[in-house]
Design a protein around this ligand. Structure first.
Ligand code: ADP
Length: 397
């Protein structure tokens, strides 16, 4: 059975065709600059060189048609016809208060995705366009929506409620949702299996440290708390996002600089984080290099970044009254061994003991704590596409 996984952004579309017999990727690719001049499709069939197709893509519908043509192409194609595709799994950012898990798309599901446009203004419209483009290109095939917010919907009220007047929760569903849910769900589940922990009761902290970064606490794979909130702005310091901050800072800066709320939010989302603090880059490698070369602001930005992660791990260990495993994932979590060591060295009070030799690794599943460590610490590469494909398969089988 083959599942097509689609992840649409406002001007991009990523895809993977996965053979669910062995969970191998048959082909993957990316459409860029959809709706903008100079659009192109990069198609990578497994075991063959990648192909770049430069063609006008005025909308997602045309992009999907080009993807389907690339998948069936005589030279670089991997299937004979779309009949070989059993279902399509879509990453959808926001499911609002309705969806606690993935679901087969029907008109009602599309309506909810539409209702959530103001909660996910950049992603939800694109996600819906992707679904409708697949419906048009492959009529009758099941489409499954996999929500980035679904994992966080299992949080208890004490974790998801903001301490603001209740009417805003009732009128507008203002609460903490959490994001990167597909990744946190996948990595926490894999961590339990990999470390041989109790599937019902294991207390796991997942540190998803990429350009966007978030951290979650879960018991038996069910989310207890997670660091992103109503939007992905809350929580950890990120590449360009501020993470947690006193809301009065907004009022102060807006008054002094004569900014409106959209300009202010743009600064907090796109110009803050390690980029804003260091003035160097949003890329952690650049900031690390600058810090190593003596750039004080870059060093402080990284200090603050790791300090925030360490604080959240402490808070989540407290929230669960203990922790059995800590898993690192995403760009920084999977590649930055010095960063992992730096975090773990502040967790000795939890009984964490890191094994330097085991930690000398990138992008590979491995336990990086010593056998004596009271907490199993591991590196676990995330795989959101596979998680989406598995959910899709489970719903259409
Ligand atoms: P996103 O999906 O949120 O864009 P990724 O998970 O792809 O982010 O992570 C990208 C980040 O990972 C970049 O900031 C990059 O600098 C960082 N990264 C990759 N390799 C390393 C490394 N060896 N050391 C530190 N950071 C790294």
């Amino acid at each position: 059975m083959k599942i097509l996984v689609i992840n649409c952004g406002s001007s991009s579309l990523k895809y993977q065709l996965i053979d669910m017999n062995d969970e191998s990727v048959i082909a993957k690719g990316l459409c860029e600059r959809i709706g903008i001049a100079g659009s192109m499709l990069t198609h990578s069939p497994a075991g063959k060189g990648k192909v770049v197709i430069e063609k006008d893509m005025p909308n997602h519908q045309v992009a999907i048609e080009l993807v389907m043509a690339a998948l069936q192409d005589a030279d670089h194609g991997v299937i004979k016809s779309t009949d070989e595709i059993s279902a399509i799994g879509h990453r959808v950012l926001h499911g609002g208060m309705k969806f606690y898990k993935s679901i087969v798309v029907n008109e009602e599901v599309k309506e909810v995705i539409r209702e959530c446009f103001d909660l996910g203004p950049l992603h939800n419209p694109a996600n819906l366009m992707g679904i409708e483009a697949c419906e048009a290109a492959m009529p009758g095939k099941p489409n499954v929506a996999v929500f980035d917010t679904a994992f966080g919907m299992n949080m208890p009220a004490k974790a998801y409620k903001y301490a603001i007047p209740e009417e805003y929760y009732e009128k507008y569903s203002i609460r903490r949702y959490g994001f990167h849910g597909t990744s946190h769900n996948f990595v926490s589940g894999e961590a339990i299996k990999f470390a041989g922990l109790d599937p019902e009761n294991a207390k796991v902290i997942v540190c998803h440290l990429g350009n966007g970064a978030s951290i979650s606490a879960s018991i038996g794979g069910k989310c207890v708390d997670t660091s992103m909130g109503l939007t992905p702005l809350e929580g950890l310091i990120m590449g360009t996002r501020s993470g947690d901050l006193d809301p009065a800072v907004l009022q102060f800066i807006m008054n002094k600089e004569g900014l409106d709320v959209n300009q202010m939010l743009n600064i907090l989302n796109k110009k803050s984080g390690v980029l804003g603090m260091s003035g160097v880059s949003s890329d952690f490698r650049d900031v690390g290099k600058a810090a190593d070369e003596g750039n004080e602001r870059a060093a402080v930005a990284l200090d603050a970044y790791f300090y925030r992660v360490i604080k959240y791990i402490g808070a989540y260990a407290a929230a669960m009254n203990g922790v059995d495993a800590i898993a690192f994932t995403a760009g920084v979590g999977e590649n930055d061994k010095a960063g992992r060591k730096r975090i773990c060295e502040s967790l000795t009070y939890l009984g964490v003991e890191i094994d330097d030799e085991a930690n000398d690794i990138r992008g590979e599943k491995r336990i990086i704590s010593t056998p004596n460590s009271k907490v199993k610490v591991m590196l676990l590469p995330t795989n959101e596409e596979l998680a989406i494909a598995r959910d899709t398969l489970a719903l259409v089988k």
